[in-house]
Design a protein around this ligand. Sequence first.
Ligand code: ARG
Length: 462
Amino acid sequence: MPLWNGRFKTRLDPRALRFSSSLKFDRRLFREDIAGSIAHVAMLARKKIVSPSDAKTIQRGLRQISREIESGRLALDATQRFEGEDIHMAIEARLIQKIGDIGGKLHTARSRNDQIALDERLYLRGSIHTIIRLIAQLQKAIVIKADRYKDLIVPGYTHLQRAQPILLAHHLLSYISMLDRDRERFSDCMDRVNRSPLGAGALAGTSFPIDRKYAARKLGFGSLIENSIDAVSDRDVQIEFLCCCAITMMHLSRFAEVLIIWSSTEWNFAEIGDSYSTGSSIMPQKKNPDIAELVRGKTGRVYGDLIALLTIMKGLPLAYNRDMQEDKEPLFDAVDTLSGCLDIFASMLDGMKFKPVKFDQPGADLILATELADYLVTKGLPFRKAHSIVGRLVVFCIKKKRALKDISLKEYRQYSRRFDKDIFRFIDLRTSLLQKRSTGSTSPVEVGRAIRRWKSRLRIFR
Ligand code: ARG
């Protein structure tokens, strides 16, 4: 019989139990559930709601159950049995089975509604720590690559059209900045996660003289969620966390996309290591960037997790509704997917090679057109005029298949009298980079500074 059998004349249909049981996924919360129960019973004893000896017996029983689950001795897949409704019932039923009626005192002044809200917050705290560590690991892998290739020049793109030359390192460091915002977002989220709902009861609070703050402190929470109705019905932090996951995945996906394009024969800027590529079962020459593609693909899945929970919560009346049980699978899925992607991405990047880009094909040095316009500005022309003059020059180069550096001064001067023989100095990739002087630009000085700063922030000493 289930623990709530008192009111019922017939048993729950086994199919209804199977349909409604969350044990197959919320069993993952057993550690958090037991930690919460141990703190709860400590509070009950302190407030003399249960005796110190009963509290000890209950806590001992809970610790044993934790070991039983950890070692696999207690199978938690008993969906046929009524205590199989969820992890909370399963643990409580096992406790009563082990220590007898005293076990039935654990649930005093508590409801599964505040219990699950608590478990999820404890779980999110752990997950956020893990994710922040994995983000840092990926940031390190990126800065190491940036440093290793700090002289390599690649075309920078806008609209996927060649725009201006940049340092590869500068491009790579931009992902570190994105990931750093992700880290900030997760740690902001942590401030709201780290508030205790325990003691809200089913929704109305309790008539027992509990001490919510004591239990919260024991569990390391920074504060309480005050309103008891809000405490049991809020899933904002879960949604916020999923949103942080979705944004991080979007960043990984954009990075993955660039690596996929760059490792194609057409681009040929990069090569993904053999250990992170797969072959084709039919085409012997193929080397496919599957890991990067899967990261890109899994991004859709994490967006789905976010949208699922937003949709589950939409229109729910206060306070707890069983719909909310559906929050767990998207949450766990996002944690697993994001952690897996962050981890594999760092390893894949570690094994990547970047190749020198050839800029000697016809039209390749047109990437320096902005330099010419800037040059004319330094000679006194308004930028708009300079832009239009160089535009006409570009048309000429494309039509005649000429490179900027092979045009004679005489020809240059047909476009503007302000061109002088020093112009040739500016038609050079490295000069273009060295000319950049704004903070955060792609100049080797700025990029070198950024590499050093990230290395020290991420504590890389090599
Ligand atoms: N398994 C439930 C969930 O995850 C726990 C809370 C159940 N509360 C209830 N009143 N049935 O949402």
